[in-house]
Design a protein around this ligand. Structure first.
Ligand code: ACO
Length: 435
């Protein structure tokens, strides 16, 4: 018999079904709550609220587990490529050899961006953050690539996915080149997705970029680890905006804007800035740890803690190993890595971090890898966005295909003034300023 949960209000019992998820991930279905009881739930930050049923990624914060479509993240990082993982996330299955070739060719075919889009870059003020530029450029893509009525809807959606995946990468590299006054490097049919990105970023007629397969592999792993993370802030933004049936470009642009925040994707940049500040002040993490523990100080130890992981973030573990591997391969020593390891060691022995179950997250070591690859600091969150794109596409696809999908419209608990009368301006004698 299906299990139910009983809620009692003023002595009256209400039954709600319990929906079974994979691996004991069960939920109380409160869809009928307001109809039955006249009440709503209140859940700041939605920490206890499932906004949808999803079969894309699974995470268990207590055990430090992350799987995409059932496959552990460790196996994908070891054996897959970013493009193969993107295919897996979007379609639900690993591609056959033919499908993988076809998908790669499709990405290649759509990798150029309309030449007129180059002029946009010239008009942004110097110093504009690339995440703001990226969000607006993705929205602009819709103007350049409207729906093609002669194609079936399915075909149109497939092409839009391919356009986004390949053009976001091209736009990111273009923004770097143009902001540095460098000529744009176009994508090449001869290079893989990741190698192409590196080449578009760093190739020059006077100093040709030499592709290093280990560096390409590091980028693959970096993007695989960022590819999806169930209903995180930016994925939820994509689903929420997408629920209004906006076009996919607009929904992805919303996801990019959400990712920009320092509590979300912007943390990878904030971590390196924090490590640099520690280095500049002599390399002692103690004052920073003291500030993070001080509840009167808004400072937080960046790259530490997670809304769901109450254990080591599994992506952080892989990132740390990859960090060692890349620096060894490139024969580079980064003093910020020494500081990061020292900080981790001290924090993990500190009762504040132990009691609050705060461990390094994916962003803690990722910035050091990006530095080693030559990616400038303000592009770090852009790198995250490219990696998260297949996840956003998958979340949007799943939500728009779900027959139970609705316009997202949360309720609120109103706690403002009760009904009161309008006071004409000449009779208002308030002395305190409200703004
Ligand atoms: N430094 C200091 N204190 C922290 C930190 C931190 N990095 N993270 C959490 N805490 C504190 C919280 O303030 C909370 O204290 P309180 O109970 O006295 O209010 C306590 O530890 C428990 O926090 P949680 O409930 O586990 O975390 P929460 O859900 O509030 O926040 C978040 C999660 C936003 C990620 C937080 O850990 C944080 O700000 N970390 C730093 C920013 C960061 O690295 N973000 C990237 C996250 S990964 C990603 O988005 C890709």
């Amino acid at each position: 018999m299906a299990k139910t949960a009983t809620l009692t209000i003023d002595g009256k019992a209400y039954e709600f079904p319990i929906i079974k998820g994979t691996d004991g991930n069960d939920a109380i279905d409160i869809t009928g709550l307001r109809k039955k009881t006249g009440m709503i739930t209140l859940d700041y930050g939605f920490g206890n609220t499932g906004s949808c049923a999803s079969s894309i990624s699974f995470m268990d914060g207590e055990r430090g587990i992350l799987r995409y479509r059932g496959i552990p993240i460790e196996q994908l990082a070891e054996q897959s490529s970013f493009i193969e993982t993107s295919f897996l996330l979007i379609t639900g299955e690993l591609p056959t050899r033919e499908e993988l070739i076809g998908f790669s060719m499709m990405l290649n075919d759509h990798s150029l961006v309309h030449e007129d889009m180059r002029h946009f870059f010239e008009r942004y003020p110097k110093g504009a953050h690339p995440m703001g530029i990226l969000a607006s450029m993705v929205n602009a893509l819709r103007a350049f690539y409207p729906e093609l009525p002669q194609r079936s809807e399915h075909e149109e959606i497939r092409i839009t996915f391919a356009r986004l995946l390949s053009k976001l990468r091209t736009l990111a590299a273009m923004s770097f080149r143009i902001s540095g006054g460098l000529p744009v490097v176009y994508p090449s049919v001869h290079l893989s997705y990741c190698a192409n990105f590196l080449n578009m970023m760093f190739d020059s007629t006077v100093r040709p970029y030499v592709i290093d397969e280990d560096v390409v592999q590091a980028l693959n792993v970096f993007w695989i680890l960022h590819a999806d993370h169930e209903q995180n802030c930016s994925a939820s933004a994509v689903r929420l905006v997408g629920s209004a049936r906006v076009n996919l470009y607009a929904a992805i642009s919303a996801g990019i804007s959400a990712l920009w925040g320092p509590l979300h994707g912007g943390a990878n940049q904030a971590v390196v800035e924090m490590l640099q500040a520690m280095y500049d002040s002599g390399g002692d993490p103690a004052p920073f740890i003291a500030r993070a523990k001080d509840k009167k100080d808004p400072f937080r130890l960046m790259g530490f803690g997670h809304s769901i992981y109450k254990n080591y973030d599994p992506r952080g573990k892989i990132m740390k190993k990859m960090c060692d591997r890349v620096l060894t391969k490139l024969e580079r020593h980064d003093p910020l890595l020494d500081i990061a390891m020292k900080l981790e060691e001290v924090a993990l022995k500190d009762s504040y971090f132990i009691d609050n179950r705060l461990y390094p997250n994916v962003d803690f070591y990722s910035g050091i890898i990006l530095r080693a690859l030559g990616i400038p600091l303000d592009m770090f969150t852009v790198m995250f966005a490219i990696g998260r794109l297949p996840g956003w596409i998958s979340q949007w696809k799943e939500s728009t295909e779900d027959p139970r999908g609705k316009l997202h419209r949360p309720r609120q608990l109103y706690c403002g003034p009760p009904e009161r009368d309008y006071v004409p301006v000449e009779k208002r004698n308030r002395t305190t300023k409200v703004i």
